[in-house]
Design a protein around this ligand. Structure first.
Ligand code: SAM
Length: 377
C-alpha cells in the first residue's frame, strides 16, 4: 500500500534480549524517527519506506513488525473479537496463506498454541464473512505472518514485515560447531567500538561469523539484499507504489556498497571450522586472512584495530581451564585495539571490562564485554 494512503505508522523491530540499545543506535543511524528501545525490541515511527529500510539494512533486528491493534484480553472471547476487529482484507485474500505465532507473559490465557489458533480463527472467519472464501494456513512458508503478544491480559496484534527471520544474512554456506547468530555477531562488533577502518581480528573465529558481519558492515553492504523477498512483498496491498519503493531502496543499497580495503584476520585451532569460514567468506564475497593457530599466538599487526572473540562456553564446545587466563593475556597484548567479547554471564576473566551488557545467546545468559583501546598495555 502506498505511503499516500498511510502517511504515518508505528513499527517495532525485535531483537535478541539485551541487544535493544544496540539496535536503537543502528536504527537511529539509518535515519529512522521516533526510535525508542523497549523490552525485546525497538519502536520507531514513519512511513512504509522506513519499515522497508529497516528490513533491508538492519544487522541486529530479528523481525520488523507493525502493531495493528491492542486491546484488553482476559479471555478467549476478547481475543477473538479483538483480532476480528482488524481489517484483514488489507493484506489477505483467499489466494494467500496465513500463519499466526503467539507469545504470552503474566496473563490468564497461557497456552500460546491456543492463542495462535483462536486468532487464526478470527482472521479466517472475518474473511469468509466478507469475501465468501477463506485463506488457508501454511506454517512453513506463509504469505502473511501475524504475531499475537499477550502481556498482563493485554493483547497486541502485529503484522510481520520480515517474512523469514532477518537473522540470516546470506553468507552461511557452512556452519561451524557452535556458530553465533549473525544478528548477535553484529551486535558484538558494534558494541566493541571498532572504527570500521582498521583491521579486525578474531582469534577464535570458527566459521567466521564475526569477521564477516564486520566486513559487510564496513563495506556498507545491506544484509537484506541477500534475500529473495520480504514478507510484505507477498501481501494483497503490495501495489505498484510499494513495489517502486522497495525497488528504489534496493537500488540505493546496491549503490551504497563499497569495496572493503581493511583486513579481516581470523584464526582457530579447528581446521574444519576454518574451511567453513573460507566457504562463508567466498559466499559473502569478502577476503579474509585465515590461519590455523591457537588463541595464545594472536598478536596485533597494526597500531590500532578491533579484536572480537566468541570463545567456547563449555556447553556445545569444550573449554579449557586456562581459557580465562589466555584471553586476558591476548586482551592485554591487543590493548591498542578496541576489544569486545561475548561470554557466559559469570565467565571468569582476570581483566576488568570498561563496559558490559547482558544479552541472551539463545537461552544462555551472556555478557558483551568491551575493553577500550589504551596507549599503555
Ligand atoms: C564458540 S566457537 C566460535 C564460533 C564462531 N563465532 C562462529 O560463528 O562460527 C569457539 C571457537 O574457538 C575455537 N577454539 C577453541 N579453543 C581454541 C584455542 N585455544 N585457540 C583458538 N581457537 C580455539 C573452536 O575451535 C571454535 O571454533
Amino acid at each position: 500500500m502506498s505511503d499516500e494512503r498511510r502517511p504515518s505508522a508505528r513499527f517495532f523491530a525485535t531483537a535478541a534480549k539485551g541487544t535493544e540499545p544496540l539496535l536503537r543506535d543502528e536504527l537511529q543511524e539509518l535515519g529512522l524517527r521516533r526510535v525508542r528501545a523497549d523490552r525485546g525490541g525497538v519502536h520507531f515511527g514513519g512511513e512504509l519506506a522506513d519499515a522497508y529500510r529497516a528490513c533491508l539494512w538492519s544487522r541486529i533486528a530479528l523481525r520488523v513488525l507493525e502493531p495493528l491493534a491492542d486491546f484488553p484480553c482476559a479471555d478467549e472471547d476478547a481475543l477473538y473479537e479483538g483480532v476480528k476487529r482488524v481489517d484483514w482484507t488489507r493484506v489477505l485474500d483467499a489466494r494467500r496463506t496465513l500463519a499466526v505465532r503467539a507469545a504470552c507473559r503474566s496473563s490468564r490465557l497461557t497456552h500460546t498454541q491456543y492463542i495462535a489458533q483462536r486468532s487464526k480463527d478470527a482472521v479466517v472467519d472475518q474473511l469468509r464473512e466478507r469475501l465468501g472464501e477463506r485463506p488457508s494456513v501454511d506454517r512453513q512458508d506463509p504469505d502473511v505472518q501475524l504475531f499475537v503478544h499477550l502481556v498482563k491480559d493485554h493483547a497486541t496484534v502485529y503484522l510481520d514485515y520480515s517474512g523469514d527471520s532477518l537473522h540470516a544474512h546470506g553468507f552461511r554456506a557452512q556452519q561451524g560447531a557452535a556458530p553465533i547468530k549473525e544478528t548477535l555477531a553484529s551486535a558484538l562488533v558494534r558494541y566493541s567500538g571498532w572504527d570500521r577502518e582498521s583491521p579486525l581480528v578474531d582469534p577464535m573465529c570458527g566459521s567466521g561469523t564475526l569477521l564477516l558481519e564486520a566486513g559487510l558492515w564496513a563495506a556498507r553492504r545491506a544484509p537484506g539484499l541477500a534475500r529473495p523477498d520480504f514478507g510484505f512483498e507477498r501481501w494483497a496491498d503490495f501495489d505498484d507504489t510499494a513495489r517502486a519503493t522497495i525497488s528504489r531502496l534496493r537500488v540505493e543499497a546496491r549503490d551504497a556498497a563499497q569495496p572493503l580495503t581493511l583486513s579481516l584476520i581470523g584464526s582457530d585451532t579447528d581446521s574444519r571450522a576454518l574451511e567453513a569460514a573460507r566457504a562463508n567468506a567466498e559466499q559473502a564475497g569478502l577476503r579474509v586472512n585465515l590461519r590455523l593457530a591457537p588463541l595464545t599466538s594472536a598478536a596485533p599487526s597494526a597500531d590500532r584495530g578491533g579484536l572480537v572473540v566468541n570463545p567456547p562456553y563449555g556447553e556445545r564446545l569444550e573449554r579449557s581451564s586456562s581459557l580465562g587466563q589466555e584471553l586476558a593475556t591476548v586482551l592485554r597484548r591487543f590493548s591498542a585495539y578496541q576489544r569486545g567479547l561475548i561470554v557466559p554471564r559469570h565467565f571468569d576473566l582476570p581483566l576488568r571490562a570498561d563496559r558490559f551488557l547482558m544479552v541472551f545467546n539463545g537461552a544462555i545468559e551472556c555478557e558483551l564485554r568491551r575493553y577500550d583501546a589504551s596507549a599503555t598495555p
